[in-house]
Design a protein around this ligand. Structure first.
Ligand SMILES: NC(=O)c1ccc[n+]([C@@H]2O[C@H](COP(=O)([O-])OP(=O)(O)OC[C@H]3O[C@@H](n4cnc5c(N)ncnc54)[C@H](O)[C@@H]3O)[C@@H](O)[C@H]2O)c1
Ligand SMILES: O=C(O)CC[C@@H](O)C(=O)O
Length: 321
């Protein structure tokens, strides 16, 4: 009986994907920890598995080596695969797949939610009202503001669509220029320096790769407007958190909305405790709808691999943290 290890915290909510795996004759090993697994835990659980479905667990070279004798695929439940040592997988002949498009709308909606929450101080006022207060703070509109999108891929594009509906002007930085974004939404491509200097809101949607890790640092923060609000629903690794903490505390920038952190939960409460910061615990794709799509697509990849079929959405380029 083929064995699939299904680790994403919300995977088991998807009855359809569960049923697909059972119908395909899989023995399914679930993650009962309620959190992503560490390397040592994964090394134990991966042994003898034919397929691994993973969220943001530590799929290191050692894990892949432990699974290599039987493992036929690592199917990422989502799109950001920086938690998987793709180079090691490729060396061991194990394909790595992702679920493109499945989390897109959910993450875009969260990015907008964070923009609005920071601009209107919603969590802070909500907390005050619940304590019997009536502290009204003055927020700002999104309309007529400049939104800078770093990484105009699937999620970035959905954010643009929504931002334009809020009457925002959008500028973007990406190595690949999308003519449809220019034609349909009037997006203007700029350099990173121009994006930092001109944006009222900056939203990160690039993957965590060597070129992007630490890109939001003392230097880039210093180029931003004092009124700028930074939104990060991409990966914590894109930000030097100590530099962001200092910029937010000193008024170098005005606020931040953060869904992702270098360490999750964050190692210290410094940033998340600041009054001008709104956070969420890496839930960009954690909706019922995105969960169903990601679970189904990942389950299909597991079944394909066990049947000896080629993966549908393999990761092409190796990435590192
Ligand atoms: N918070 C969450 O729960 C959550 C959920 C899903 C995805 N994500 C993150 O969002 C990221 C984007 O997802 P997507 O589906 O839009 O991916 P995508 O591949 O469609 O888009 C990524 C874009 O980033 C661009 N890019 C690559 N290198 C860049 C660089 N150096 N500077 C600027 N842009 C660069 C690419 O050209 C591409 O257009 C993922 O890599 C993942 O890390 C987070
Ligand atoms: O597995 C998760 O919980 C989130 C995955 C998400 O960040 C992604 O990259 O698609």
């Amino acid at each position: 009986m083929p064995k699939v290890v299904a680790l994403p915290r919300s995977f088991s909510r998807s009855e359809e994907a569960k049923e697909m795996l059972l119908q395909a004759g899989f023995e399914v090993i679930w993650n009962t920890e309620g959190r992503p697994l560490k390397e040592a835990e994964l090394i134990e659980v991966i042994k003898g598995a034919d397929a691994l479905i993973t969220g943001i667990d530590e799929v290191t070279a050692k894990v892949l080596e432990a699974g290599a004798p039987t493992l036929k695929v690592v199917a990422k439940y989502g799109v950001g695969y920086d938690n998987i040592d793709v180079e090691a997988a490729s060396r061991l002949g194990i394909p790595v797949t992702i679920t493109p498009g499945a989390p897109t709308r959910s993450v875009a909606e969260l990015a907008l939610t964070l923009m609005l929450s920071v601009a209107r101080h919603i969590p802070q006022m909500n907390a005050g009202v619940r304590e019997g207060g009536w502290g009204r703070t003055t927020g700002s509109e999104l309309g007529d503001k400049v939104l800078g999108v770093v990484g105009l891929g699937a999620i970035g594009a959905e954010v643009v669509k929504r931002a334009v509906a809020f009457d925002m002007k959008v500028i973007a930085y990406d190595a690949f220029v999308r003519q449809d974004m220019i034609d349909k939404y009037g997006v203007q491509y700029v350099t990173l320096q121009e994006l930092y200097a001109q944006s009222d809101f900056i939203t990160l949607h690039a993957p965590a790769i060597p070129e992007t890790v630490g890109m939001i640092n003392k230097e880039s923060l210093a180029q931003m407007k004092k009124s700028a609000i930074l939104i990060n629903t991409a990966r914590g690794d894109l930000v030097v958190e100590q530099d962001l903490y200092e910029a937010l505390s000193s008024g170098q920038i005005a606020g931040a909305g953060l869904d992702t952190f270098i360490q999750e939960p964050p190692a210290t409460l410094d940033i998340v405790g600041l009054p001008n910061v709104v956070t969420s615990p890496h839930v960009g794709s954690n909706t019922v709808e995105a969960g169903y799509r990601m679970a189904k697509m990942a389950a299909e990849e597991a079944i394909r691999a066990v049947n000896g079929e080629a993966p549908k959405f393999p990761v092409k380029a190796p990435v590192s943290k």
